[in-house]
Structures are given as C-alpha cells and as structure tokens.
Design a protein around this ligand. Structure first.
Ligand SMILES: Nc1nc2[nH]cnc2c(=O)[nH]1
Length: 433
C-alpha cells in the first residue's frame, strides 16, 4: 500500500522516521493548550482537539497522499487566534473565533478541489510568501520571550529585558541552553527532550508538580464547538471577521504548500518539479483544519519538522501512519501534559527555537530589489510589533503594489494583488484587529 520498495525504504526505517518526526513535533500538544488557553479555551478541550486535528490530517496524508509529511495545528496561527480574541476586549469570544477558523477551513477545502488554488499560489510574489513565514517566526519567538518573563513591559521603550535572576526566567534560560545543546548535537527530538530536561529541573526546584497524576481518559468538556457552516458564516459576517478568515486562509495556503514542496523535494518525491497527489495532500490539511475548528483548535499546517523524519529515511505514508498512532497514544497523557504546560519555562524555549527556524525564510527574500524587499520587510517587522499576523500581511500586500507603481512597474503585478490591496486597506482602516 505504501510502495515501500519503489521508494527504496523498509518498514523499520519508516517507523524510526515516524518516531523521529513525532518527537520533534510532540511539543505542540503541550504548547497549544497554553497559547489557546490564554483565549479562554479549556485545557482538556485544546489538548484533545490538537490531537484530533493532528491525527485526521496526518492519517489522511498517510493513507490517501502517501507522503511522510505530518500535519498539526500551526504555531503562529494559534498565537494569532489568541491575540485576536484578547485584542477584541471581550467582543469576540473563542466560539466566534473558531467559527472564523471553520469558515476558512471550508474555503480551503473548496480551493484544494479547484484550480483557484493554483492561481492564488502563483499570483502571490515569492518574496511576500517567505516574509510571512519569517514574520511568524519572529512573532512566536517574541511570545515565548514574553510568556517566560525574558521580555517585559517597559515604559520608556514599550519592551525591555526581564529579571534574569527570577526563578522562572532563570529556568527558561537553563531550558533554552539545554535545548540548544541537544539541537547542536543533532539529537532527533531535541526540542522535545529539552522540554523533558527542563521539566526535571523544574520538578526538583519546586516549579513543577504532578497534582493531577499522569494518565487519564481524554475528553472534550465543551463537546463540538462549531459544526454548522451557515451559522459559522453568519457569525463571521456579524463581527466583520472577513480579514481574519482571509488571513487564516492565506497563511495556511502559503505555509502548507511551501512546507509540503520543501519536504517533498528533500525526500526526492517531486516529479518534473511538480508534486504528485498534491490535491490529496492539500485536502489532508484543509480537512484537518475544518475538523480541528469544530472541536476547538486553530488552523493546521504541514509541519516543517517533518524534515527530521525525512532526514532519518522516511519516504512514505508509513512514516506518517506511525506519527498518527503516536499522537493517539499521547491522548491518554493529558494530566502529565497539563502539568508540563503550566510552566512557561518548559514551553518558551520551543517557541523561541521554532521561531529561529522559521525566520530562516528571510534568506530567500530578494533584498537587492528595494520594491520587493521593503514590503517583505514590513511584513516581518509588523507581525511581532502589532501582535497580528493579519496586520503584517495587510501592510505587505498594500505596500507591494504601491512600490511597483512608484517604480513604474505596475503592469508586472497580478490583478488579484490590486484587489487584495483594496480589501486589506478596508480591513486595516475599519475592522477590529
Ligand atoms: N510549516 C510550519 N511548521 C510548523 N511547525 C510548527 N508550527 C508550524 C507552522 O505554523 N508552520
């Protein structure tokens, strides 16, 4: 079924690769409840929803697309989800926000099934796509620093360095150091084992307790949060969340396609520079994002961490089947995960390090062409400074055609970009962000 021989691999290599990928991305079951929890979503709900979305997307990828590319709720969009809820000052609750995720997931399913997908992907300038990934990287690293107390509010300059001698900050620095050593030694699952090591120190310094035990049957305390597409769309319309839906959709589309192509290239699975079965691969993500929104998690993405499993020899869906089974096993360790995620110092190093990996995308930006570079720069800068991925994207998509007009190159811009620029201008001027 997985055509192991044709791909020059075997069961043992695939299972080892699956375990490697799982270990590199398992942090999401700890980090996601922390991030979405700040928006008020109960821990048990996010914990199980994260696993449900990851299992649906990754199983779909395994069984219908046969790629070693794992899917789970993306870092960045989870943070964006929460900052949007918090910035609304109670006007938008998490149910409404999940309705926006649900609508964007369904639109993504529709796009995956039609040729609009190709048009959209090709119309957006490469430099802006890379800037989005890089900006999200800075944004989540900033969140990691803020949650752990490494960066604090500062009257003179808005932000400043925290108290490095306070126990939580000192523990964060220790956790970061240990994780960086693991990563430098190329230990597969360095981020995951870094969390475990930080947890052990936290336990012996009294910052971590296991009051709830270790294992429990998983549950969804809030049940299904959204399921009716019409009701979801009406909520989006009532609160004017078009820009939010649009940002969720654009970010997932670019992030997922970029990551899938990158990992497929690394695995030698591209044919004539095209990705076979790309429709099923995109459906894996879009169906997972829609299902995830129903039970309470922010949009999914193809995980860049899948490259660790590919480096370990993974070439087929047997790798991702292994990842999905391990996520199912993790569902029974809710109380353990709950304790670990209650300590910011355990999760912050993961946010900071994943951020450093994502900002690597700046190397693909054409810095020598000012009209391409400046809009990209605005995206990267504005995401952390405005705590909004949508605002970053909006500033980039407004300034891009303007820069081209200033340069006399207005004909080189795809018409769809002018439409985006108008929509984003309206959104940034009147919609809440
Ligand atoms: N590509 C990608 N990889 C991730 N790994 C963790 N979060 C993400 C994300 O949002 N996108």
């Amino acid at each position: 079924m997985f055509q192991l021989k044709e791909h020059g691999t075997d069961v043992r290599t695939e299972i080892t690769a699956g375990m490697t990928t799982f270990l590199t991305m398992a942090y999401i079951v700890i980090v996601n409840p922390v991030i979405l929890g700040a928006a008020g979503v109960p821990f048990d709900q996010v914990f199980l929803a994260t696993i449900i979305a990851a299992v649906i997307g990754t199983l779909w990828m395994a069984l219908l697309a046969n790629y070693p590319i794992a899917i789970a709720p993306g870092m960045g969009l989870n943070a964006y989800f929460t900052s949007m809820v918090l910035a609304s000052d109670g006007a938008i609750d998490y149910t409404t926000a999940f309705a926006a995720v649900f609508v964007s997931g369904l639109l993504f399913v529709a796009l995956s099934l039609t040729s609009m997908r190709k048009i959209l992907i090709e119309a957006i300038p490469e430099n802006l796509k890379h800037a989005i990934t890089a900006g999200i990287g800075l944004f989540i690293a900033f969140i990691g620093m803020r949650l752990s107390g490494l960066i604090v509010a500062n009257e003179a300059n808005l932000v400043g360095l925290g108290d490095l001698t306070s126990p939580p900050v000192a523990l964060t620095l220790a956790g970061l150091t240990i994780t960086l050593i693991f990563m430098s030694l190329n230990i597969h699952g360095g981020i995951f084992f870094g969390m475990i090591a930080t947890g052990i120190i936290a336990f012996f310094t009294g910052q971590l307790t296991f009051a709830e035990g270790f294992m429990k049957l998983p549950s969804l305390p809030e049940g299904i949060i959204v399921w009716n597409p019409i009701e979801a769309f009406l909520l989006v319309a009532e609160f004017g969340l078009y820009g939010v839906v649009f940002s969720f959709l654009l970010v997932t589309l670019f992030d997922t396609t970029g990551t899938m192509i990158g990992v497929a290239k690394q695995a030698g699975l591209m044919k004539d520079n095209k990705m076979p079965r790309v429709r099923q691969a995109l459906l894996a993500d879009s169906v997972a994002a829609s299902a995830g929104a129903m039970v309470g998690t922010s949009p999914t993405s193809a995980y860049v961490e899948s490259s660790a499993g590919v480096a370990a020899g993974g070439r087929t869906g047997l790798t991702t089947l292994t990842v999905a089974l391990l996520f199912i096993a993790a569902a029974f360790f809710g109380p353990l995960v709950g304790s670990l995620s209650g300590v910011a110092a355990i999760t912050a190093p993961a946010l900071i390090i994943v951020g450093s990996l994502m900002i690597g995308a700046v190397k693909h930006i054409d810095w020598d062409q000012f009209d391409e570079a400046f809009p990209a720069f605005l995206i990267v800068l504005a995401m952390p400074l405005t705590s909004s991925i949508a605002t970053g994207i909006a500033l980039g998509f407004i300034s891009y055609p303007l820069m081209k007009i200033f340069k006399g190159k207005w004909k080189a811009v795809h018409p769809i970009l002018y439409i985006f620029a108008v929509l984003f201008t309206i959104q940034i001027l009147i919609a809440p962000h």
